[in-house]
Design a protein around this ligand. Structure first.
Ligand SMILES: Nc1nc2c(ncn2[C@@H]2O[C@H](COP(=O)(O)OP(=O)(O)OP(=O)(O)O)[C@@H](O)[C@H]2O)c(=O)[nH]1
Ligand SMILES: [Mg+2]
Length: 456
């Protein structure tokens, strides 16, 4: 039985494993009053912190802790929730967990599956799906800006935008569907109801939302930036320069980097995962060949590939750039850099559209490179109010957009097919509804919540 359908009470250690000042064990279930009293040996007042002692079966003291009881529906999950704020030792928390399971066995208390608390909050209508995802994103946030974006989405700012759009679509659908019963009026319908204007307004808003969600996805997932080029062009030096630290080995020997070297930095709040790779060249060396195969694998998984050349290297002769460009995955952006700009006098520099001259040695052109990295994935710098979102949301928005594009064709003069128009509106609404979870297949729920951590 999947977590979406079980009703039994659940328990989990809600805090991360490891030593900490405080560790929390949390239980959620439909009627926990008796169990809460049994565990704490006290009658707990609702939403009040009470100092309690926890004992094992032999009546030996396990811990003195704070207990808070939240009777449903005014709790995170919407069910009764008991929170035990213990000392944060992994062995101690395990003892508390075991004791809870023992006392809760009559209620079939079980250890929660990953994300099951949030799933229950969603199923009980406490939060919608996009908000539930924002909880996981808040915990996983890779930068301060991502924390703030997730907090705004958790509060419902992203969901509100979706809901407003769904509402506008509902209004338009009501108009269209009510006209379907009176075919003779169809001709005037679109004009009279300003349906086309309404549709184009919705499409415009949806388009803005795609761009909002794209920003949110970049903030959530960050950017995989892969540095590639012939040996010795200065890939590792650029990694070190961007990271502000000596991460990768740099030498004048071509073929220094064998394995991928990774380092993450933050630019304008966006996590950038930089991957320095083995220089690309034909080789007989078995180890280097494996390194080069890894370079190609990194290219195939990149968001941005920076192809680097240097005035003293023969990238062009190797036909490398074309081969790299041909290997880019769909949607991957690319940058073309000429490193070692310090070796060339300004007026002798190759002028080529889009070619960025940088120097890992002097730092020249590095600020421009940083902006170019963000620009090429569509990040709009200096945004204060990004809402965190995921690829799943973008996919739904794009499907809704495609349906509305079709609808607008049906609404064209001379090609009026009101039923088809209505159907595309319905589909668009359905795709949007999947973002907040109004209409969602059960298996998708399981997939989304299984990516949460246990205890959340
Ligand atoms: N003058 C100058 N030298 C540089 C610059 N960047 C790197 N170098 C030098 O170029 C040589 C190769 O640098 P690396 O960073 O190891 O080059 P790489 O592309 O990682 O080389 P492989 O790992 O062998 O593929 C080293 O001697 C660096 O000091 C630069 O901007 N200017
Ligand atoms: Mg290197």
């Amino acid at each position: 039985m999947g977590p979406a359908s079980r009703k039994i009470p659940i328990v989990a250690i809600a805090t991360a494993t490891g030593k900490a000042g405080v560790g929390i064990v949390r239980i959620s279930g439909e009627d926990l009053k008796g169990l809460a009293n049994a565990i704490t040996n006290k009658t707990l007042e609702a939403r009040t912190a009470t100092l309690v002692q926890l004992h094992n079966q032999e009546k030996q003291l396990i811990d003195t802790c704070l207990a808070i009881y939240f009777p449903g529906p005014h709790s995170f999950t919407g069910e009764d929730v008991l929170e035990l704020q213990c000392h944060g030792g992994p062995q101690l928390l395990d003892l508390v967990l075991q004791r809870c399971l023992q006392l809760g066995s009559a209620l079939d208390l079980e250890i929660a599956e990953p994300g099951e608390f949030s799933l229950r909050a969603f199923l009980n209508g406490k939060i919608d799906l996009a908000q539930a995802e924002a909880i996981a994103d808040l915990i996983d946030a890779q930068s301060h800006a991502a924390v703030m974006g997730a907090a705004r989405s958790l509060q419902g700012a992203f969901s509100d935008e979706i809901n407003e759009l769904v509402e506008a679509l509902t209004q338009l659908r009501i108009l269209v569907e009510s006209t379907l019963d009176f075919p003779e009026e169809e001709i005037e319908f679109l004009e009279n109801a300003h349906a086309r204007e309404q549709l184009s307004d919705i499409r415009e808003r949806l388009h803005c939302l795609v761009s909002t969600a794209t920003q949110g996805r970049i903030l959530r997932d960050g950017i995989q930036l892969v540095l590639v080029g012939a040996p010795n062009v200065g890939k590792s030096s650029l990694l070190n320069c961007l990271a502000g630290e000596e991460i990768a080995i740099v030498t004048a020997v071509a073929g220094t980097t064998r394995d991928r070297v990774k380092e993450s930095i933050t630019l304008d709040g966006v996590p950038i995962h930089i991957i320095d790779t083995a220089g690309l060249r034909p080789t007989e060396d078995a180890v280097e060949a494996i390194g080069i195969e890894r370079t190609w694998a990194s290219i195939r998984a990149a968001d941005v590939v920076a192809f680097i050349e240097a005035p003293d290297a023969q990238s062009a002769e190797l036909g490398l750039q074309a081969a790299v460009m041909a290997a880019l995955p769909t949607g991957c952006a690319s940058l073309h850099l000429c490193n070692k700009a310090d070796l060339v006098v300004e007026r002798a520099r190759r002028q080529e559209l889009g070619l960025l001259h940088v120097s890992a040695k002097t730092g020249a052109g590095i600020p421009e490179l940083k902006s170019a990295i963000l620009n090429c994935v569509g990040w709009q710098a200096g945004q204060e109010d990004v809402l965190i979102s995921r690829q799943r949301h973008i996919d739904c928005l794009l499907r809704a957009e495609a349906a509305l594009n079709k609808a607008s064709l049906f609404a064209l003069e001379g090609n009026r097919a009101l039923e088809l128009f209505a159907e595309e509106l319905r589909l668009a609404q359905e795709h949007l509804g999947q973002i907040t979870g109004r209409l969602l297949p059960d298996d998708l729920l399981g997939k989304i919540f299984s990516q949460f951590c246990i205890g959340k």
